[in-house]
Structure formats: structure tokens, C-alpha cells
Design a protein around this ligand. Sequence first.
Ligand code: ADP
Ligand code: ZN
Ligand code: ZN
Length: 731
Amino acid sequence: MMEQFAQVALPVPLAKTFDYRITEHVPVVGARVKVPFGRQHKVGIVTAITTTPSVAAHQVKAITEVLDDVPLWTPAVYRLLQWASRFYHHPLGDAMGAVMPTLLRKGRPAALKQQKWWQLTEAGQNQPVTGLTRAPKQARVLTLLTHGPTPHADLVEQDITPAVINALVDKGWIAPYTPPLEGKSWARHFAISEDKPSLNHEQAMAVATINASDGFACVLLEGITGSGKTEVYLNVLEPVLARGEQALILVPEIGLTPQTIRRFERRFNVPVTVMHSGLNDTERLSAWLAARDNQAAIVIGTRSALFTPMANLGIIIIDEEHDPSYKQQDSFRYHARDLAVMRGHEEKIPVVLGSATPSLETLHNAQTGKYQYLRLTQRPGNAVTARQGVLDIKGHHLEAGLSAPLIAEMRQHLQQGNQVMLFLNRRGYAPAMMCHECGWLASCQRCDAYYTLHQQHQELRCHHCGHQKRVPPQCGDCGSTQLISVGVGTEQLEAQLGELFPDYNTVRIDRDNTRRKGSLESYLAGIEKGEYQILLGTQMLAKGHHFPNVTLVALVDVDGALFSNDFRAPERLAQLMVQVAGRAGRASKPGTVILQTHHPEHSLIQALIHKGYQAFADSALAERRQAWLPPYTFLSLFRAEGHEDNSVQQFLQQVRQTLAASPIQHDEVHIMGPMPAPMARRAGRYRWQLLIQAPSRKVMQQWLTVALPVIQQLPLSRKVRWSLDVEPQDL
Ligand code: ADP
Ligand code: ZN
Ligand code: ZN
């Protein structure tokens, strides 16, 4: 028989597979194998079996161990990964390694760990317990086991040590027991809670439309916060779960609240598995296995949960589909929302994209009929929408960023016993520290950026490279000791609020003080209980939480987003504004939203305040069309960085030439750059970028596919750090 070799995709940043000799049985395609790689071993995925290795057969090393009898992923997820690897031009093995639970990448068996059980043997059953007075613990075990097989953990809980158990095993009185698999038992317990609202007309229409789809369909469900989107999801899930099929629900990174999870559990009485970054490796693996083996009916997770294999998937729901956290920003740079649509296609099931403020890409797809477009325009229970207003702060005296009219308004709401919420997207005490005598600004040595002052820790911290140091006693230039802070961050605002409103408690929610595990949850619980009256935070606070007693929301400073380099900044600001407006107030307590700006006349603000998100989106889309920006064109971004400014720029120049020499000519493809990145130096590295703009995904892919192998051969490509971001979210 001809000798056989396995092609293996390994978690390394090289766009190729590696051949290994098959010694024992032939692994199936999609199974994990452990193989020697350099001086170590790595776990990879078999992508093909061949009789002709790519290098001389005697040089090919042997597989160390075949780890799986069956493919690791379902066929649909396996195809999805291959598609994503091609589309994002990321090496398949590296992509696979990135999305598999860490323990699987380390070679742990891909099977739910069977709990160990013990039972009495026949000899044990006939053993009179009274004969064991000198070994009371052994006697206890025998007594316990007379009630039937018992999990090992239960014995441990009764202070039974392994020595006691081993003694009984040696005597032949007890033996291991294999419990029958519970299997798909959730389908037997499935029930729909009677305690559920009857749908309004729009909700009923949405549910009917989604459930009528046979096979793949993509649906945009647009509805303001509180309009009952989650209620629609729940109703859409009814027939899916009743058929015994599973549901996958993606939520933004910070949007995964215990309330949401409980809502799904209660409604259907089925197991809900949660996957988020807070899980440890063991928890993550068991969640993954529960999903794959159909022990979980519903999987709720953040971005990477998209790749969870599911035995019998019936629907995918992406909540808050516009949220930027769906885009992976390093290494394997995929967009989970876009890939979810692809997965729905592969699985032949519906995909629901829900949002109060759909991304312009998704809106465009809905408006052009590529997606079905469903809207919820009413809030159940006649809740009124928030009143919105702009506060022109030109020339106003500001106290830690707050104008006098805003402070007055806050006081009024607080005196009525309501809560007030303030947004400021800058953590720390102040975004810069300056010398009052000569104007010197403390800036990071390694970045083109100023240090942020963190007063509480008496530290200067660079928010770009993480560098930190003690606050210097003197100016770095003239030696003056008159150092002052410039601008306002959340830490300073918090201190000021304490002085302005000594009778009320303020809670601050940002990345700095929610680092400790459980701290965010405890703050949120405190808000719910009314322990805090003033809520202050970065946009972390805007996501996923309902605050029914908040009647005033203020965006303290929106000017930065109006004049940003990033063409998506206005869209993000509009989304934030609508999101927070939706979180304020309820039927009996209508909310007010206030924006502080120096530019009240700005067209974005005008459109949003007077006409709403839809009008804003229409005008923003018109601008994008004019400017040849997504969704009307498709972008890819080469980023490069290195210690030598010149070679970084030169590398991208060569990339440009390679692209331009492409045999696929297309007048509508534009290459822009190389140009310095928005932060031209970070952590001591010089950074440049090159932007490609193509009229279609197809043309973009043709260009990249032809050029990349050449680019990878450029000598400079090994000297500078570079990456390709297909359809980048941040420019
Ligand atoms: P969203 O997900 O759009 O924010 P939810 O589904 O959470 O909205 O609904 C907001 C609130 O309104 C929830 O308390 C929910 O139970 C309630 N609700 C939703 N639909 C209805 C309905 N048809 N009748 C009564 N209450 C409803
Ligand atoms: Zn820095
Ligand atoms: Zn100075």
C-alpha cells in the first residue's frame, strides 16, 4: 500500500499546511493531531490526506498522536473557517487555533468529562456494615452506596478520602459505575412559560416573517431600546426549540447581563450556556462541548462564540449588530456579524440582526433588499421617548466639563428623587498635564501622545502603550513646579460631582475601576437598588443595561467625535446618543437627554435631534456614497510598523507597487498612501498605513489574492511588522 501523509494546519502565522507521516490509523479530515514542530509539539487540524508529500518523503516527520476520532467542528463551521481564512487572508491554521478553546489547542480530549461514580459490587452488597467498626469511614461509604450508585464528588463532600475508596476497591467491595448519558434531555423539559406578554402587531408581524423563512434568510430587526426586540427573539425561538433545534445568540462584549440570560432560561426551561471572555479555560471548554453535543439548547456569547460548533443549530441572532466589539481588532481580524450571515448561509438557517441603530452597512443591505427589513416603532406600554436637547457651551464657564445650565438641570432631577447619568469618553483625571509657566506638555517617550493624568494613583499613564510613571514634581523643560492638568476625564468629573452634590452618591464606571472581577456587577446592583443617584461613565455604561430611574442623561463632550479622522466617528456618536436616549426614563418618568457641544449647528446633531437616527443615517449614507466610502465601496488596510521609520514606509511603498502591477486592471480601484497612521509613533515604533478601495468585494479579493504571495516574498516583509485588515472598522 502507498504510504499516506496528512496535511496539517498549525497555529502559526504561515499561510500553508505542513505534511506529516501517518503511522497508526488514518485520521479523518478535521480531526486534531499532535505533531512535532521545531523543538516543540503543536496541535493542528488535518485538512487533507495525500500520498505525495510536498517535501521528500524521508524528511517528513511522523504524527505523534491522533487526538480526535471525529472532526472537531461541524461541517458548516469547518467550511466557515476555510471561507474566513480566504476572505480575511489569514492563515487557516492560525485562524483555527484562535477560535478553538485553549485546552483543545493544548491537546485536551474533546469530550465532556464523565463524572466518576461508584457502586457496590456483589461482594460489597453482601458485606455486613457492622463488621467494619474499626473502619467507620469505609462503613459510611458502604451505607451510602446501598442507596444506589453515587458520584465520586458526593463522597468527597462527605469527607471520604481517596485512601478509603481505594481500600474498598482493593477489597473488591466497590467498583466504578458508568451513568447513562443524559443526551438531548433538554428537549423533554422544554416548555414555554405562561407568564409572557401578548405581542403587539409589529412584533407579531416580525415573528411571523422570521419564522416563515425556510432555510437561509437575513433579517434586520430595527427597533428602539424597549421596543420589544428581545421579546421578538424569544418568540422566534419557540418553534425552533420545539423542533429540538438550538439557538445561537451573539451579544456585544459588555452587553451580557445576568438579566438577559435569566430571561431566556425562564421562558423555556432549557439549559442556556454562556460564553464570554470572563470564563476560565475549563469553563470555556465545557461550554463549547455542551453546545457541540446539544446539551445546551441556547448559547449566548460574545464575538468568538460564533465559531462554536452546534449539533443542531436552528437560528442565529445578533443583538446590537452595529456594536464595534463584533470586529476582532488583532491577529485574525474577522467581523463576527458578517461571518454570522455566512454561517447562516452554510447552515441554511435564518439570521436575525437586531439593533436600535443599525450600522450603515446593514441598513444599506436592508434598503437594497438584500436583507429583509422589519421595524418596531412603538414601545409596549406606551412608554414615551426621551426629550432631546442641545446645550451650546460656547463661552460658558465649565466646572470639570459641566456647564451651569446642566448643573441646574441635574439638581432638579436629583431633588425629584431620580437618577442622573453622565457620559464622558475619557478615563483618568485629565487627558494631559501642562507646565503653567512655559506650556510644556508631558508626553510619552514612546508614542506621539500625551500622558493621561491619574491623580488618584499620582501617576502619568500612556493610554496607547500602557507606560506609566510617577507624576514628576517639576516641568521637564523649565523646571517650574507649577504643573496643571488640561481637560477633563472621568476621575476629575467624579471628584467635582462630590463637591457639587455632596448629598448624593456618585458611581463611576470605566475601565479603570471595573477591572476587579465582579466590581461592575456590584456597581450595577447598587444602581438598581438606588444606592447611587449620579451615574458617571464612559460608553461602557451605555451598553445593555436598563436604568428605569434615570431621567436625565447628559453627553458631557461630543465635539471630539464631530471632527474625527475616522469616517465612522459620526455614526458611532449617533448610535451612542440614541442608545442612551433609549435607556433613560420609562412610562411614568419620561427622560431627557442633553448634549453639550460647541457646535450645536453641526448637521449631524441637527439631523439626529430633529429628525432621528433614520434621517441621520440617510444623510450619512448619501455622504458615504459621494465620498466613495463603505458600504458603497470596500476597503482593505495594510498596517506596518517598525523601529525604522524609513523601512516601514518603504515596505508599504513596495506593497503599493506590487498591487499596482496587478494583472487584473480595474480603473475603479484606488490605492491611498503610504501615509502615517493616525498615531504615527506608538510604543517606540513608527507606523504607516496603505488603504485600498475597490468597487466590489470580488475585485478586492482578486487584487489581494494575486498580490499577497508576492508581498510575502518581499525582503522587507520580514523586517517590519505588518498586517492586512480586510474591511477594517477603525482607520
Ligand atoms: P428591547 O430588547 O427592544 O430593548 P425588550 O424585549 O427587552 O425590548 O422589551 C422591553 C420591555 O417591554 C420588557 O420589560 C418586556 O418584557 C416588555 N415587553 C416587550 N414586548 C411586550 C409586549 N408585547 N407587551 C408587553 N410588554 C412587552
Ligand atoms: Zn506611550
Ligand atoms: Zn515649564
